[in-house]
Design a protein around this ligand. Structure first.
Ligand SMILES: C[S@@+](CC[C@H](N)C(=O)[O-])C[C@H]1O[C@@H](n2cnc3c(N)ncnc32)[C@H](O)[C@@H]1O
Length: 215
């Protein structure tokens, strides 16, 4: 299993999806060639669906890498939303900026270079969609900031929350990943508080958690 699904199920679902052409296809190829971790194909499909259902106007993303998921979310809204995305790796920021320019998303996507833990303290305004895809050991630390930035009916989508199954089973936990697992469990425990949140944890890709406030 590459994520948390059985390989045969993943392959079957992927066989039903059409290959991305154009911008996304090119970026997927680049990521594959250069071993850059971008969202898995099914997760990309899920994000596209979420953007079309929720139609957020202000999106915050933690973890830009080469800008693939940011461009995907912008394309999914026909460039109608605005995306702020945070990345700490200078090399990634450079590549993402080049892609944003090359594919003409300068009006739709802003990159903030820096560590999410620092950047989140200084971001202003409200977002109606937050995608967390950076720093697996810090989702629990990002959450209070994200909740402050999330408007009343906003949605948080977090990727990698089952982390290769380790979060769900002690037997799978690798020693050097213990901190990530403990903190990810803490994140999931907080968002599973039924009095405060409505959360669905989906065993797709590497585990996606979708959360909104209970009104
Ligand atoms: C999985 S990749 C993001 C992939 C991207 N969302 C996509 O699908 O196209 C995670 C990125 O988060 C960045 N990152 C990790 N920890 C971070 C942190 N604390 N603050 C900012 N960026 C971080 C890494 O450098 C990496 O580029």
């Amino acid at each position: 299993m590459s994520g948390v699904e059985h390989e045969y199920i993943k392959e079957y679902i992927e066989s039903l999806m059409c290959d991305h052409q154009g911008i996304l296809g090119e970026m997927e190829e680049y990521a594959l060639k250069n071993s850059i971790p971008i969202v898995q194909r099914e997760t990309a499909g899920f994000l596209e669906l979420m953007i079309n259902v929720k139609k957020p106007l202000r999106v915050l993303e933690l973890g830009t890498a080469i800008g693939y998921s940011a461009i995907l979310m912008s394309l999914s809204s026909n460039k109608k939303n605005h995306i702020t995305t945070v990345e700490r790796d200078r090399n990634m920021v450079e590549i993402a900026r080049k892609n944003i320019k090359k594919y003409e998303f300068q009006q739709c996507i802003d990159i903030i270079e820096g560590d999410c833990l620092e950047v989140l303290k200084n971001i202003e305004g409200q977002f109606d969609f937050i995608f967390i895809d950076a720093g697996k050991a810090h989702y629990n630390h990002f959450l209070p900031y994200c909740l402050k930035l999330l408007d009343e009916e906003g949605i948080i989508v977090a990727d990698n929350t089952l982390f290769r199954g380790m979060v769900a089973s002690d037997e799978l936990v690798e020693k050097r990943k213990i901190t990530i697992v403990k903190r990810m469990r803490e994140y999931l425990n907080i968002i599973s508080d039924h009095n405060k949140f409505i959360t669905s944890i989906i065993p797709m890709g590497d585990g996606i958690a979708v959360t909104m406030r209970r009104s």
